[in-house]
Design a protein around this ligand. Structure first.
Ligand code: C2E
Ligand code: MG
Ligand code: MG
Length: 576
């Protein structure tokens, strides 16, 4: 009896232990986010644990039911056969495998991780399939995938993918002897929108225009967002309505209407377009994109709102400017510059009024490089600031030395770039140099061009007023070449106006130039400015300009710009 009791107690204790273990398993399984399918090969029994109901609407009772999972998979043939392999892993004798699959009914992504146990003779004994929901992870991956190909702002292809597709077009075109056109499309004066209305509105415009370009895409036409306000379009085998001109036409007609942004504002835009074509311009995708961009720079520089095709001179200009840029940086360090001086004379008595300092660059080949070549580059890369400081110091130093030597005052005209004016310390720097060399303000004249005023008329004219307040003279250079509105002249704090050489060139031959020149002079007189004619080369021009009352003349007729030692001879002559 006691033995029986003992055995019963033992059984009870064992059962309890078992129930405890079972409970533990149950709890572990229930708290897990996975579903677990266990199969015993000996007993041919399937058990499911965990979150089965979250994943499937059917139950599994025996091994044949495992096939129901397969039926539920929304994958193609090859995806399904991969899943089959994982669910029946014992058939291939492997121990572990993983596969992910989208489920048809619940539209969730499941991961199946199978482990099969084998006995010593290699027969499967147990199989466990862990099933987990990886939908979130999957979408994250898809988002990454999306980002790898598309630009999230516009929904157009991104640059990388565009390059890939364009390379594909080029490969096809090489086989079929066709053409591929690449268009670079750049919104004109986008900064005005971005600065004026804020980045959010700027982005909106970029997005809306991108969506419009997307509509232009069809078979063999793709579009991408290259960066900021710049888009690319590639056309395989352009013909009929699928040509750069046709696309440009569509853009032109769309941009006749404003883009209406979410704050209600209506923005009118124009675009500049550059086109480069395979195989004529270049043979690789990146080159084509770069060349099309170069053409856009050219379009921008020549008035925007236009389309232009790549040609070799455009490339030459560019390579030249890159070369100039690199050498210029070195020249600034080496101080390879010299100032030439061109005399200016009063028209009436032909007496010397002053000289204009004009910079020259002695390059490593011993050539003299014209400022027309390197000043625009220096303005672009900022080296104009140290160059300009050198010009100011050198011309003022030279002037002080000449006044000492020759004993009479005249005017030293110095060309100043927009970037120099913008520097906060420009006025202080100039006053300091003048003070150092004991030069009077009325002996110095600063030549500015209209480009100085375009950016910020008010700020610049305040600075000019300040300079004039000290008595420094201000002269407006190249008048007639910029936006040249006579009405804004009234508001300008200037003393002198230089009529551009292009007027003087044709003043004798072209009646309309004559009318304009005369009306400019009348205006100048009524505003109380002094007038200078630039680039006077002929006696006839001099006589005519004298007759219409131009105050001062400068040009090859009297003297070319000369090195300091040469111009000293001119001064010596003036003393006679
Ligand atoms: P600019 O200030 O309008 O200077 C007048 C230009 O016309 C000079 O060219 C001068 O040599 C040229 N010129 C004068 N008379 C005649 C003539 O009768 N016939 C012809 N064909 N040309 C004449 P340059 O020296 O080549 O300078 C070109 C431009 O470079 C200048 O135009 C000026 O805008 C800029 N520049 C020159 N030196 C400096 C400088 O130190 N700083 C800055 N920022 N710009 C400068
Ligand atoms: Mg000048
Ligand atoms: Mg000029």
């Amino acid at each position: 009896m006691s033995e029986l009791h003992y055995k019963l107690d033992l059984l009870k204790a064992m059962n309890q232990k078992l129930t405890e273990k079972e409970r533990m398993y149950q709890m572990v399984c229930e708290s897990s986010e996975e579903a677990i399918l266990y199969y015993s090969f000996d007993r041919k029994k399937v058990t499911v644990l965990g979150q089965w109901k979250d994943f499937f609407d059917f139950e599994i009772k025996d091994t044949a039911d495992i096939a129901k999972i397969l039926e539920n998979a929304a994958d193609d043939e090859s995806g399904r056969s991969r899943l089959y392999e994982v669910l029946y892993l014992e058939k291939s004798g492997r121990e572990n495998a993983v596969e992910e699959c989208l489920m048809k009914e619940k539209r969730i992504w499941l991961q199946f991780r199978t482990k099969v146990y084998y006995d010593n003779s290699g027969n499967p004994t147990d199989k466990v399939i862990y099933i987990s929901n990886v939908t979130k992870q999957r979408y994250k991956d898809e988002e990454l995938l999306y980002m790898a190909y598309y630009d999230s702002l516009t929904g157009l292809y991104n640059r990388n993918y565009f390059v890939q597709l364009l390379s594909e077009y080029i490969r096809k075109a090489a086989e079929t002897n066709s053409v591929v056109s690449v268009m670079n499309i750049d919104i004109d004066e986008f900064n005005k929108v971005n600065d004026g209305m804020g980045i959010v509105m700027g982005d909106e415009l970029v997005q809306q225009f991108g969506v419009f370009l997307k509509d232009l895409c069809r078979e063999n036409v793709i579009a991408c967002h290259l960066h900021r306000d710049v888009y690319g379009i590639a056309i395989y085998d352009p013909s009929g309505t699928r040509t750069p001109e046709q696309i440009y036409k569509a853009i032109r007609s769309r941009t006749k209407q404003p883009f209406v942004l979410s704050d209600g504002s209506a923005v009118n835009i124009t675009v500049s377009v550059g086109v480069a074509e395979y195989p004529e311009a270049a043979r690789s995708a990146l080159e084509l994109i770069n060349y099309a961009e170069l053409v856009v720079f050219k379009v921008k520089a020549t008035g925007r709102n236009n389309i232009q095709y790549f040609n070799v001179p455009i490339l030459d200009d560019f390579l030249n400017s890159v070369e100039v840029e690199n050498r210029l940086k070195q020249a600034v360090i080496n101080r390879d510059f010299e100032l030439y001086y061109q005399p200016q004379y009063y028209t009436g008595n032909k007496r010397l009024r002053g000289v204009e300092a004009l910079i020259r660059w002695h390059n490593q080949e011993g050539e003299i490089v014209s400022p027309d070549t390197f000043i625009p580059v220096a303005e672009k890369n900022g080296t104009i600031v140290p160059i300009g400081r050198w010009v100011v110091e050198e011309s003022i130093r030279q002037y002080a030395a000449w006044r000492q030597q020759f004993g009479f005052p005249f005017i030293m005209s110095i060309n100043i770039s927009a970037l120099q004016y913008k520097k906060d310390d420009f006025v202080d720097f100039l006053l300091e140099v003048m003070n150092r060399y004991q030069v009077k303000p009325f002996e110095i004249e600063l030549e500015i061009t209209e480009s100085v005023l375009i950016d910020d008329f008010n700020a610049v004219s305040e600075k000019l007023k300040l300079l004039r307040g000290y008595g420094i003279r201000i002269s407006l250079d190249d008048f007639g070449t910029g936006f040249s509105s006579l009405s804004y002249l009234k508001k300008l704090p200037i003393d002198t106006l230089k009529i551009d050489k292009s007027f003087i060139d044709t003043v004798l031959t072209d009646p309309s130039t004559r009318v304009i020149t005369e009306s400019i002079l009348n205006m100048v007189k009524s505003l109380g400015f002094e007038s200078i004619a630039e680039g006077v080369e002929e006696e006839q021009q001099y006589k005519y300009l004298h007759s219409i009352g131009c105050d001062v003349l400068q040009g090859y007729l009297f003297s070319k710009p000369l090195p300091a030692t040469e111009v000293e001879k001119v001064f010596a002559g003036s003393l006679d």
